[in-house]
Design a protein around this ligand. Structure first.
Ligand code: AP5
Length: 214
């Protein structure tokens, strides 16, 4: 099964993608996580990506597409995946379609997690992330067992640099301009499915499993 997660920054794409990956036994491929891992490891890609991410802008398509195409070559991605944060522009979606066509496959579902902008800034300021394993928490809605410590790996949790309110506003603007058009793109391909992302974590996941099947 090949799934694309759509939605504004902070809509809950990553939270739901991790649950999908665990339930359906497919890898969770998050371009944001891959960039953050590169930043943490001080790679050339990380240095380039950071300058865009810190300003709430998108990393250029040519860097992003080649990174995802490389990831698709890994053995665990051969039977499917859940893409989180990619594609994010029409050219990225077209590159993805071209690559899938070459391998005789296609996107099965594009799941749009719909959350209005008003809810987003509040969600982002409460998010805490683990830079080591990529787990995410929320101070109010999904708190870790021990304050400030990742349940999965014991690392300290941080507020992401790009989760500060002024950067979140810029990310929302970029989302509406460059990523929201993908909703129509996938609707035209008859693979778009909408879920109400304002509900609780488990209710959102129930809507998704109703779409993907048990
Ligand atoms: P990326 O990491 O992909 O960020 P994003 O898309 O902006 O999404 P987020 O990770 O911020 O949010 P999310 O929707 O996954 O929400 P989450 O589940 O964490 O990208 C970061 C940057 O990298 C981009 O700005 C760009 O610069 C660059 N980049 C990445 N991909 C790129 C690409 N393809 N092209 C170019 N540049 C790219 O949830 C948010 C919070 O809410 C959490 O605290 C969570 O616990 C909580 N929460 C989740 N669901 C619920 C719920 N139902 N109720 C209450 N709380 C909830």
């Amino acid at each position: 099964m090949r799934i694309v997660m759509l939605g504004a920054p902070g809509a809950g794409k990553g939270t739901q993608a991790k649950k999908i990956a665990a339930k359906y036994g497919i890898p969770h491929i998050s371009t944001g996580d891959i960039f953050r891992a590169n930043i943490k490891n001080g790679t050339e890609l990380g240095k380039k990506a950071k300058s865009y991410m810190d300003q709430g802008m998108l990393v250029p398509d040519e860097l992003t597409v080649s990174l995802v195409m490389d990831r698709f070559q890994e053995p665990d991605a051969q039977k499917g995946y859940v893409l989180d944060g990619f594609p994010r522009t029409i050219p990225q979606a077209e590159s993805l379609d071209a690559a899938l066509k070459e391998s005789g496959s296609q996107i099965d579902f594009a799941v749009n997690v719909d959350v209005p902008d008003e809810n987003i800034v509040k969600r982002m300021s409460g998010r805490r992330a683990c830079v080591k394993c990529g787990a995410t928490y929320h101070l109010q809605y999904a708190a870790p067992e021990k304050d400030g410590i990742c349940d999965s790996c014991g690392e300290n949790l941080i507020l992401r640099d790009d989760d500060k309110p002024e950067t979140v506003e810029k990310r929302l603007k970029v989302y509406h301009e460059q990523t929201q058009p993908l909703i129509d793109y996938y609707a035209q391909k008859n693979v778009l499915r909408e879920v109400d992302g304002t509900l609780g974590l488990d209710e959102v996941f129930s809507q998704i499993t109703a779409i993907l099947g048990e």
